[in-house]
Design a protein. Structure first.
Length: 52
């Protein structure tokens, strides 16, 4: 890693992952997102006329 990057990154503070997450997660929203994620197919292409 370049020395300039190392020096600049030393001034950045470390953030805990928990600090960036929501304290309370709605179980229904979690379940819906999980179900939609299981149905997601990365090989599926959007139809024509759909903005990407």
């Amino acid at each position: 890693m370049p020395q300039e990057v190392q020096e600049a990154s030393q001034r950045l503070g470390k953030e805990d992952f928990k600090a960036r997450t929501e304290d309370t997660i709605d179980p229904r929203a979690y379940a819906q997102g999980y179900a939609e994620g299981k149905e997601f197919d990365p090989a599926h292409r959007l139809g024509e006329g759909v903005a990407t």
